[in-house]
Design a protein around this ligand. Structure first.
Ligand code: 2AM
Ligand code: CA
Length: 321
């Protein structure tokens, strides 16, 4: 049975989704117009965020909020905050590609404790709560049980124009081409994590992500019995920038593979060269906000201390296993 907290998150996501579905239909029409749908999508994104803010604040008035478009709003309750991406997969949405989601995470005392990732077009509600488990609608989810890297399908995200780390990223892709059954790149980190939780992907890695991209997904993967860390193998943190999620049996091997490829890549990953997250070519559809992080990519020579063992892969905290 979903808790009252999950019910609040689900209701907010479903309400915002109704607008997104309508707007997505309109985007499909606008594709052929000369002006294109960019401004329209910005508005759709903001509208969804306004609905989510209103619904979440109504149900839990004191909680803080960290939202992709409007940034941080402190609450009276300093222990809890919602971390929200009203539209993850914006580029897909803008191009009429039917793969996007709403992501809502709940943080308590600095730890992620609940997550909802809702994919409106398929009506797939991925939800999880610490100690309760991970579900897709009413069905309990478990990560895949694949043990061999050679049979694994991994997802990733490609760095955006203007961001450092392109060569290091390409090195990781090359190693994945050589060692796995295939790579997917669908363009929504929140859904990538949900798909790992659902056993559709055996693993997922990406650099340069923001808190709202991963907050809910981290809970999903953990509660589905997977491991989620940063690329260096440290416990996943929403401000950590990089993410590596995989089923419990493969996490160590995927990390080792990525680590080896990063060591072999000679790209300087120093943070000074990273522009703010919102400063990409996609600027019209997103604005830079407080809390937007773009961290140094890990995995270079300084971080092999955690070794290759599974212990470094930060086993999940909740039950669900
Ligand atoms: P968004 O759709 O909410 O922007 C895809 O690799 C992931 O990266 C998505 O979750 C996307 O979230 C996120 N992302 C982060 N920075 C981005 C940027 N500058 N441009 C586009 N997508 C970005
Ligand atoms: Ca996002």
């Amino acid at each position: 049975m979903p808790s009252a907290t999950i019910n609040v998150m689900e209701a907010a996501a479903r309400k915002a989704a109704r607008g997104l579905i309508r707007d997505f239909g309109e985007v499909e029409n606008l594709q052929v117009s000369r002006k294109g749908p960019a401004d329209y999508v910005t508005e759709a994104d903001r509208r969804a965020e306004r609905i989510l803010r209103a619904e979440l604040a109504k149900a839990r008035p004191g909680f803080g909020l960290l939202m992709e478009e409007s940034g941080e709003t402190e609450g009276e309750d300093t222990r809890r905050r919602w971390i929200v991406d009203p539209l993850d997969g914006t580029t897909n949405f803008l191009h009429g590609i039917p793969h996007f989601a709403i992501s809502i995470g709940l943080e308590e005392d600095g730890a992620m404790v609940a997550g909802v990732v809702y994919e409106p077009l398929r009506d797939e509600l991925f939800w999880a709560e610490k100690g309760v488990g991970c579900y897709l609608n009413r069905r309990r989810l478990r990560v895949s049980s694949r043990q061999r890297l050679s049979e694994a399908v991994l997802a990733t995200g490609i760095p955006f124009k203007g961001r450092a780390g392109k060569h290091a990223f390409l090195a990781t892709v090359e190693s994945a081409i050589d060692n796995t059954a295939g790579i997917r790149r669908l363009g929504s980190a929140a859904l990538d994590l949900a798909y790992v939780a659902a056993g559709r992907y055996d693993g997922f890695w990406e650099f340069g992500l923001s808190p709202w991209d991963v907050a809910a997904g981290i809970v999903l993967v953990r509660e589905a019995g997977g491991f989620v860390t940063d690329i260096a193998g440290r416990p996943a943190a929403i401000g950590g920038g990089s993410i590596l999620a995989a089923n419990d049996r493969l996490h160590g091997a995927v990390r080792q593979m990525l680590d080896n490829s990063l060591k072999a890549s000679d790209e300087d990953l120093a943070p000074k060269s990273l522009p703010p997250h919102g400063g990409s070519s996609r600027a019209p559809v997103r604005s830079p906000v407080a809390g937007d992080v773009c961290r140094r990519q890990e995995g270079a020579a300084d971080n092999d201390a955690s070794g290759t063992d599974r212990g470094s892969a930060a086993p999940p905290t909740g039950s669900g296993r």
